[in-house]
Each structure stands twice: as C-alpha cells, then as structure tokens.
Write a protein that binds this ligand. Structure first.
Ligand SMILES: Nc1ncnc2c1ncn2[C@@H]1O[C@H](COP(=O)(O)OP(=O)(O)O)[C@@H](O)[C@H]1O
Ligand SMILES: [Mg+2]
Length: 258
C-alpha cells in the first residue's frame, strides 16, 4: 500500500499534511504518534471514511479512490477506534456484516458465510459468544469481534485504529499475534510502543500531521526520537527473546545521575 501526498483539513485547519508512506505487502506497519498527531485522521482518509483534500492511496497498483464502495469493501477492512454499534443484534450478525460486500442485497447468508464468520470468531477466541447480544459485550470483547468481522471480509488491506486499546495484555498480545499470522498488509495505529516494536515490521511516526520518521523498528525507536516526538526519556534495549527493541521509560522529573 502506498500513500502519496495525502492531506485533509477541516474549516481551514490542516490536520494531516502531504503524507507520503508505504506499508509493505503482507506485513504490519505501525502508525505511531502522540495524541492528536493525526493518526485516526490518516487512517480514515486511507480507508475513505474521510475524503482527502488531495493525494492518493494505491493498493496493489490500483487507486482506492477509483473503486466502487463495494469493491473497496472487498479490498479493505477497517476497525475503528470508537467502534460504536448500538444495534440489538447478535455477535454472529456483526461478524456476518463482513460478508456483505460479497452478496447482493436480496441474498441472505450462505453456509460459506456462516462458516467464515465462525472461523473468524474462533480465531479471536470469541466462538462461545456467537449468539450473545452485541450490546452486552465489554469494550475488549467488542474489539475482538470487530477484528473477526474485518477478517471475515477477506481484505487485502487491514486498517486498525488502536486495536488493543481496550484489551488486557494477554489479549493484546494474542490479537497482534493473530494479525501477524493472518499475513495481510496491515496499517495499524498503536499506542503501546513496546507492542509496536514487537509486532510491526515497519513503523511510521506522525507529529502534528506530518510524517517525521519511517523505517524498521530498531531504526525508528531511538532515545532521540522518543524524546523529540513523545517528550519522554527512554532507554532502548533488546528484547531477550525476540531481539526487537525494548523500551524502558523514565519518570518525568527524575534526574538520572550520569
Ligand atoms: N472533525 C474534526 N473537527 C475538528 N478537528 C478535528 C476533527 N478530526 C480531527 N480533528 C483534530 O485533528 C487532530 C488530529 O486528530 P486525530 O487524527 O484524532 O489524532 P490521533 O488519532 O493521532 O490522536 C486533533 O487535534 C483533533 O482535534
Ligand atoms: Mg486516534
């Protein structure tokens, strides 16, 4: 996936400005940046949930802006940060929404649709929730079901906005491991920098609506960048098992003796 000079503004205020990046095929690209740096706006513009002022997004050579909605939904699935669905429907119904782009308005769910939906629910460890009412789920359970819905869409590009923000650490790790196993081109805003270091193949860092760094985790996550962009003092070590960068943060205001 390639983003060319993408910009979005509202009422004259530029929120993201001339974004250029690529997300390698079949890999996880993490989108990092402080609160308000434009991550959600960028993901929404990529997914055509917001209409960019200018710029383009290409996926496997085709311009996403030129696709019909239905074709877009076959190529790209999104899990939004505040995924609000207050409908009185079952969990299985929510996952089956992922099959909508593959059938006509008059068709009902096929056996195959239901099989794919159950498979995806099992992948996110939510199989036993299939007949539960959607609005009785916790935030974390909803987040896992939304990922199941997105996987059921069989997209080429998976766009995730803070997919682990409601999850405990075990569920966060297993969700990212699942996304990794799925092998889809994934573009995900993540807050936890250590999780990003562990699961992302490529990182893009935003500050005030512009890309300020991009590359492999060990090239991007340096003490200088963490100070510069996130305003935190951090040491960057090496994870004993994965060899990925491992960040240790220092409490603000504590002077480290040199
Ligand atoms: N619809 C909107 N109207 C006004 N300001 C907006 C709108 N959407 C986003 N913003 C502003 O754009 C900035 C970036 O927001 P956002 O993309 O949500 O950042 P992030 O996801 O990195 O926290 C914030 O300052 C936010 O207040
Ligand atoms: Mg956001």
């Amino acid at each position: 996936m390639k983003v060319h000079e993408l910009s979005w503004s509202i009422k004259g205020t530029v929120i993201i400005d001339g974004i250029v990046l690529h997300a390698p095929h079949g890999k996880i690209t993490g989108l990092l940046g402080p609160n308000g740096s434009g991550k959600t706006t960028l993901l929404r513009a990529v997914a055509r949930l917001a209409r960019a002022d200018r710029g383009a997004v290409h996926l496997d050579g085709s311009d996403l802006a030129r696709l019909r909605r239905r074709d877009l939904a076959r190529r790209l699935a999104v899990v939004e940060q505040h995924a609000g669905t207050d409908l009185d429907v079952s969990v299985l119904d929510v996952v089956l929404l992922g099959r909508t782009p593959y059938r006509s308005a008059l068709q009902s769910d096929s056996e195959q649709d239901r099989r794919l939906a159950f498979e995806a629910l099992a992948q996110v460890n939510m199989a036993e929730f299939a007949s539960r009412r959607w609005n009785t789920l916790s935030g974390g359970e909803k987040q896992r079901v939304h990922l199941a819905r997105a996987l059921t869409q069989r997209p080429a590009l998976l766009v995730l906005d803070e997919p682990t923000n409601h999850l405990d650490i075990a569920h966060a790790l297993s969700l990212l491991a699942l996304v990794q196993r799925a092998g889809l081109t994934t573009f995900a805003a993540l807050h936890d920098l250590n999780l990003a270091a562990m699961y992302c193949d490529h990182l893009v860092v935003l500050r005030e609506g512009r890309v300020v760094a991009g590359g492999a985790p060990h090239d991007v996550l340096t003490p200088e960048l963490l100070m510069d962009v996130f305003d935190v003092r951090a040491d960057v070590g090496r994870h004993p098992e994965t060899g990925r960068p491992l960040l240790t943060f220092h409490p603000p205001g504590v002077v480290v003796p040199s």
